[in-house]
Design a binder for this molecule. Structure first.
Ligand SMILES: CC(C)(COP(=O)(O)OP(=O)(O)OC[C@H]1O[C@@H](n2cnc3c(N)ncnc32)[C@H](O)[C@@H]1O)[C@@H](O)C(=O)NCCC(=O)NCCS
Ligand SMILES: Nc1ncnc2c1ncn2[C@@H]1O[C@H](COP(=O)(O)OP(=O)(O)OP(=O)(O)O)[C@@H](O)[C@H]1O
Length: 372
């Protein structure tokens, strides 16, 4: 359906009828999910706005409403699957292909047209299904990102938020440490970076006596050399992302009233990650206080090493510009509790995915499922 709309649009824009040529069809196929995504994302945005204005609704109705918010998407999913069944698409594609074949003066045989129509309908079917499925999953998860500079207090703020009802935190630092551990007996090596890190930094004595990675030593190496840091990130990122998605899904499944927060120190530095969240909270403190807290927490680091770590990250001011909410963590922890409560109120029923988030989750889903 989307594909035909895209073909028609393409034909109209380019001033010629969309033909059976592969290039045209590929462009149409690329346009198809884009149109669907745009429509889906606009629908979600509209929902988000609607639900922002229902604050007066009783507390116990809120959870019901937040799960009801997913209904149009689920309905859309079933409608989409039903209307893009392979049979109906195959029928439509075959008819269209034959029309084009006639118009093109028998450049293509009927058998070629049917073969092409089958491939086209099959692909379109999968694209629609995977898009709608991921849209539903993404909309149900509604994750919120928490980031900020090193030692700005992300973990402290997350600890406070976790004390509140219905808040689940996924900590990417913790996942990073987890995937660096030596794999246990029988554990799948593919979920772990330990061996690859040892092979990538050979002869550097980055292991402790018990064989585990000495993160202090590894940190000294990678923060002193941006190329090595990028290499470590490239090794770790896929495993961290994999574990993150797993924890997000298992942490949120069937708990529609839970706010799912992802503490991601490199949310803006890593590619794609920022697009997953509809809401991004940046925890901030003034630069001199940041250095002071970093030195206090990590007394083993020299001032030069602290500065290297600060330089390895995107400047805090830039992160603040891209934030939905900025938490200035410059008060006592007790006072910060009140600030966190207010933040939670502000984001009530407002954890919808960003438009780009839907797109990237969709692409990620298609990639993972190997559909394309
Ligand atoms: C370098 C390592 C071994 C240092 O370990 P250490 O225990 O000293 O620090 P820890 O892991 O607790 O991190 C502390 C903070 O350092 C900052 N930080 C960590 N890694 C990076 C990095 N690659 N670039 C910039 N800042 C970083 C973050 O603010 C983080 O919260 C460790 O941080 C690590 O493995 N980092 C790589 C993480 C990664 O590649 N992530 C991929 C992006 S999702
Ligand atoms: N409001 C606060 N007042 C005083 N000290 C604080 C406050 N918040 C955090 N700290 C201290 O600052 C240090 C850094 O905090 P925290 O570990 O939470 O930062 P982080 O952003 O998670 O760091 P990292 O980027 O390394 O993961 C800790 O020693 C913590 O106790």
């Amino acid at each position: 359906m989307f594909s035909f709309a895209a073909s028609w649009l393409l034909g109209t824009l380019t001033g010629r009828n969309a033909s059976l040529q592969m290039r045209d069809q590929l462009i149409a196929l690329a346009l198809a999910p884009a149109i669907g995504l745009l429509a889906g994302a606009l629908l979600m945005r509209a929902q988000a706005k609607k639900f922002r204005s229902v604050r007066h609704v009783q507390e116990d109705w809120r959870s019901a409403l937040s799960s009801l918010a997913n209904l149009p998407v689920l309905a859309g999913m079933f409608f989409g699957v039903a209307t893009t069944s392979p049979e109906s698409l195959f029928y439509a594609c075959t008819r269209r292909s034959l029309e084009i074949a006639r118009a093109e003066g028998d450049r293509y045989t009927i058998a070629e047209c049917k073969e092409y129509a089958f491939m086209h309908s099959f692909l379109t079917f999968w694209i629609c299904c995977s898009f709608l499925w991921w849209l539903a999953v993404a909309n149900t998860l509604q994750p919120i990102g928490i980031t900020g500079g090193i030692a700005c207090g992300k973990s402290t703020i997350c600890k406070i938020l976790k004390k509140q009802d219905n808040v689940a935190i996924v900590d990417l630092d913790e996942i990073a440490h987890d995937v660096q551990r030596p794999p246990k007996k029988g554990e799948a090596v593919m979920n772990n970076c330990y061996q690859t890190i040892l092979e990538t930094f050979p002869g550097k004595k980055i292991t402790k006596r018990d064989g585990s990675i000495d993160r202090k030593k590894l940190g000294d190496i990678v923060f002193a050399d941006p190329a090595k840091r990028r290499l470590l990130e490239a090794i770790m990122r896929p495993k961290i992302m994999q574990a993150m998605v797993w924890r997000m899904v298992t942490g949120k499944m069937f708990r529609t009233n839970t706010k799912l927060m992802i503490e991601a120190p490199l949310l803006f530095e890593a590619p794609i990650l920022r697009y997953i969240f509809g809401i991004i909270i940046v925890v901030s403190i003034p630069p001199d206080e940041q250095l002071k807290r970093l030195k206090k927490r990590n007394p083993e680091l020299t001032t030069a090493q602290c500065e290297q770590r600060l330089e390895a990250q995107m400047p805090l001011e830039e992160k603040k510009k891209m934030a939905t909410i900025v938490i200035e963590n410059d008060k006592s922890e007790a006072e910060m509790e009140e600030v966190c409560k207010q933040v939670l109120k502000d984001i009530e029923h407002n954890g919808m995915l960003s438009m780009e988030g839907v797109f990237f989750i969709f692409m990620f889903g298609r990639f993972v499922l190997g559909i394309w």
